[in-house]
Write a new protein. Structure first.
Length: 81
């Protein structure tokens, strides 16, 4: 494997995960978590674990992101912060 590519994916995944934690908007956090799942899918594919990558893509980036988006749109704010 190309170690420079591994380093880039590691750096991007750490940045996206940190941004998902630090962002204030819930929808932006959900989108960043979907991006993190997509990055992890790419990492699993590069490592040769195609079955794990396929599961990460369908469950992590697909289904759970859709469920989180629906949950965010169904929440209401109690106060205006």
């Amino acid at each position: 494997m190309i170690w420079q590519l591994d380093l880039i994916f590691l750096l991007f995944s750490v940045i996206v995960a940190f941004a998902a934690i630090m962002v204030k908007d819930l929808l932006a956090s959900v989108i960043l978590l979907g991006a993190f799942s997509t990055l992890m899918c790419i990492v699993w594919t590069q490592m040769g674990a195609v079955d794990v990558a396929f599961t990460e893509a369908t469950v992590g980036a697909g289904v759970s992101t859709a469920f989180f988006i629906v949950a965010v749109y169904n929440t209401v704010r109690r106060s205006k912060d």
